[in-house]
Design a protein around this ligand. Structure first.
Ligand code: GDP
Ligand code: ZN
Length: 461
């Protein structure tokens, strides 16, 4: 396949002191040589591959020096796209990066479409589709753990497993083919059915396992929706602030006022949390407050985790009991705050209300108990999970949807086989499963799908 030469800024704008303009394609080296001047006077084309060179970019039309740069020179096929690749490292300011990009475009490169570098890597056989999508997830990954998942996928863990499943299906299909071609051999039929059933059930179970990890994958990407509830003044906002201060805030989104809902993204011991501080749940006549309360209820319903804050220095009220009602059956941790003050809360009564839920005491003002709370959150999330790092997570929405489809078709095949449906009918469902799984790794994907996928990528990747 022959392509033209593409270029784009491949570092996020406004971040970092260094920015990279990347070129890929047959003209990448000659374009760079038109612009780049090394102190030695040597052309890049005459240099050894995979080397970095210091020099200046010169505008060949005005002979003006544009930028001081470091240029990485990489000849294909040992590059990300398998094409010749040039990376021009320049100073990070928007103005200078754009100047370099404009120059490169003027010298003959075409501005890359979003995801086009990755698309080339795919089309040139460098990576498969699920690996390409992993690159996209990597760009978006918000936490270290989400990054691990994306990296694992990029290394081909998911692809490998899917490949094994497809191989098993293919063996079944081949066996059924023999059966269809030689219907006179009854013993072939007798062998085919149990063998096919066994393989199909194994594939079904593996897909099941993958789907079970998918909700966790989503959580890793979007953060565990964590709602902080409790009566006014117990320390909800203080708790949110402590967690944000102690942990790297990932994104900050402040929605509305104190009456409304405040959201913060933090990474607590590898668990990404989307923290929500509510206005508190209670019956009220105040119409403005009501909006806050109604929203709170909605947020509560959608929460993955609830941090229920109570005041150590006050007696339990009816409202507290109502809140225990509201969070019943949900995943929550009880936080008893203000332990620096004299105790008024009835711990026995509280213990009864909380049942077997985790309980942590804190004094947010004295910065005590936050560690224990963080540990409780991590324990809750990783509970029952032996080796989180070794799992094959599925977090990509398209993969999940395809896995659901594959699960359906393989289940149909199993049901048919158990009902003595003719083998050629069963083969249709097995083949369909094989095709659907192939779509995950891009084996049976058509052009429309590819374009849609790659257009989601960031520019320059
Ligand atoms: P919210 O209404 O539940 O969000 O509560 P805030 O976080 O706004 O806190 C209410 C008041 O309690 C503030 O004056 C805080 O400084 C105070 N407060 C929060 N945590 C503690 C604590 O651990 N000990 C004491 N003594 N005061 C606290
Ligand atoms: Zn508050």
């Amino acid at each position: 396949m022959e392509f033209d030469t593409i270029a784009a800024i491949s570092t996020p704008s406004g971040e970092g002191a260094i920015a990279i303009v990347r070129l890929s394609g047959p003209e990448a080296i000659s374009i760079a040589d038109r612009l780049f001047r090394a102190p030695s006077g040597k052309n890049l084309a005459d240099q050894a591959t995979h080397t970095i060179h210091y020099g200046h970019l010169e505008n060949p039309w005005t002979e003006e020096v544009v930028e001081e740069v470091m240029v990485s020179f990489m000849k294909g096929p040992k590059t990300f796209t398998r094409e010749d690749v040039i990376e021009i490292n320049c100073h990070g300011g928007i103005v200078s990066v754009n100047r370099v990009l404009q120059l490169v475009l003027r010298a003959g490169a075409r501005l890359a479409e979003p995801g086009e570098f990755t698309k080339r890597a795919f089309l040139n056989g460098r990576i498969d589709l699920s690996q390409a999508e992993a690159v996209m997830d990597l760009i978006r990954a918000k936490t270290d753990r989400a990054m691990d998942v994306a990296l694992g996928q990029m290394e081909g863990r998911l692809s490998k497993l899917i490949g094994t499943l497809r191989q098993a299906l293919l063996e079944s299909i081949a066996q059924m083919e023999v059966n269809i071609d030689y219907p006179e051999y009854d013993d072939v039929e007798e062998m085919t059915r149990p063998m096919m059933l066994e393989k199909a059930k194994w594939v079904q179970a593996e897909i099941d396992k993958l789907l079970q990890t998918s909700s966790q994958g989503k959580i890793l990407r979007e953060g565990l929706s964590t709602v902080i509830v409790g009566r006014p003044n117990v320390g909800k906002s203080s708790l949110l602030n402590s967690l944000v201060q102690e942990n790297k805030a990932i994104v900050t989104e402040i929605a509305g006022t104190t009456r409304d809902i405040i959201e913060e993204y933090v990474n607590v011991r590898g668990v990404p949390l989307r923290l929500v501080d509510t206005a508190g749940i209670r019956e009220t006549e105040d119409i403005v407050e009501r909006i806050g309360v109604e929203r709170s209820r909605k947020v509560l319903k959608e929460a993955d985790l609830i941090l229920y804050v109570l005041n150590y220095a006050e007696e339990l009220t009816e409202e507290d009991a109502l809140l225990f009602e509201a969070v019943k059956g949900m995943n929550y941790i009880v936080v008893v705050n203000k332990t620096d003050l004299p105790r008024k809360i009835d711990m026995e009564q509280l213990q009864r209300l909380a049942g077997d839920k985790l309980m942590v005491t804190t004094s947010l003002i004295e910065e005590e108990g936050i560690d224990q709370l963080e540990q409780a959150i991590a324990d809750l999330f990783f509970e029952g999970e032996i080796e989180a790092g070794d799992m094959t997570y599925v977090s990509n929405a398209r993969h999940i949807s395809l896995l659901h489809q594959a699960h359906q078709t393989i289940s149909d095949a199993i049901a048919a086989a158990e009902m003595d449906v003719p083998v050629d009918m069963i083969q249709i469902d097995v083949t369909r499963t094989w095709e659907i799984l192939g779509e995950i790794i891009g084996d049976t994907a058509d052009d429309g799908l590819l374009n849609q996928l790659f257009s989601q990528f960031c520019l320059g990747k």
